[in-house]
Design a protein around this ligand. Sequence first.
Ligand code: ADP
Ligand code: MG
Ligand code: MG
Length: 254
Amino acid sequence: EVILSIRDLRANVCGKTILRGVNLEVRAGEIHAIMGPNGSGKSTFAKVLAGHPTYEMTGGEVIFQGKNLCEMQPEERARLGVFLAFQYPLEIPGVSNLDFLRLAYNSKRNYQGLEEIEPLDFEDLVHEKLDMVGIDPNFLTRSVNEGFSGGEKKRNEILQMAILEPKLAILDEIDSGLDIDALRSVANGVNQLASSENATIIITHYQRLLDYIVPDYVHIMARGQIVKFDGKELALELESRGYSWILEETEAKV
Ligand code: ADP
Ligand code: MG
Ligand code: MG
């Protein structure tokens, strides 16, 4: 089952061309890693998929479960099952995590034509997910991300993901700023949630995360294109050789 099919995706930011023809196919049950030097367009790619208004798609197509994503608002994409964990998660003072999660969950249910969940049933669901991803219940009463450490924000995103059960999760630099324990617990959550029914795209500059979340495929993005892809061993090669050889090897193509 193909979940995501991207052909020749092109995008601009503030009139500047960033994505220059990205191709990617993702099937159910797969974990894809997208790596690449800083400024190569990885975050732009994630934001274009999520429908961020600053990022203008200028060509190509993005088909998600048979539907054309490009014509949809970000909220509609999210309700359909596209989840983007941001590199810098938003803080929402005055809104508790529990309320935020319930709103997001009910919004998805409304979209599916289902009734809102009873608050007590939702609490049961949340506690089940907290256990699953190893998050302390005191997260629920705190304001969304307010005063959270970097690691707590990342864990909170994993919790959001566990509640929403997206078909496609896109995790942009979910490892940035994490110490090794936080990295392990975030990776463990992602691994718990990955199943034969869904797919995950992990965006990372460093190989380290991929010691904990083992991808099926590794793609290298450079200058707004995926210039190379292979199995998980490609990440190890990058670890030892860096990115420059790929840039040189692919220069002729770009
Ligand atoms: P990566 O995530 O691979 O480091 P980005 O997608 O963040 O790369 O950035 C790719 C290029 O797009 C960079 O040159 C960056 O400066 C530019 N860019 C990204 N977002 C914006 C923005 N909101 N405004 C202006 N330029 C941007
Ligand atoms: Mg960057
Ligand atoms: Mg980035």
